[in-house]
Design a protein. Structure first.
Length: 134
């Protein structure tokens, strides 16, 4: 069986983010030294900042799930070249503690090496995210 392509890994990861009951299952597809960074001040946006390793990514998803409810997540384009995958789309997410809704376009930038995600950067309207958390 051939090794999974970076696109295969990102697709499997994306499915797990929606279906996995345990966030550790999501983190199985990231490297031990994954570079996972979400722009923002963690004091305002609890899921922002740098998350380290598999445990950090599992905690990121636990925090995201505890703090938000996804209302819409539409992928419009997926681009794959070499070890990089970009997922482009639009989302709507409600922040539980404020009741405010985040609506924005996004680009999720993944780097995959040896079948594991080694880098993740989400590009979205960070001001809208912060304001929804206040």
């Amino acid at each position: 069986m051939p090794a999974p392509t970076p696109l295969d890994v990102v697709n499997a990861f994306s499915l797990r983010t929606v279906t996995a009951a345990d966030t550790a299952e999501i983190a199985e597809l990231v490297s031990d030294d994954v570079d996972w960074f979400v722009v923002g001040d963690r004091a305002v946006v609890p899921w922002a900042g740098r998350w380290t390793g598999k445990a950090g990514v599992a905690q990121f998803y636990a925090t995201l799930r505890a703090e938000t409810v996804s209302e819409r997540f539409d992928v419009t384009t997926v681009l794959a070249q070499g070890n990089r995958v970009a997922v482009i789309g639009e989302l709507a997410t409600r922040v539980k503690r404020t009741g405010k809704r985040i609506e924005c376009e996004f680009v999720f930038d993944f780097v995959v090496e040896n079948g594991l995600i080694t880098r993740f950067r989400p590009f979205e309207d960070s001001l809208a995210v912060a304001l929804a958390c206040l």
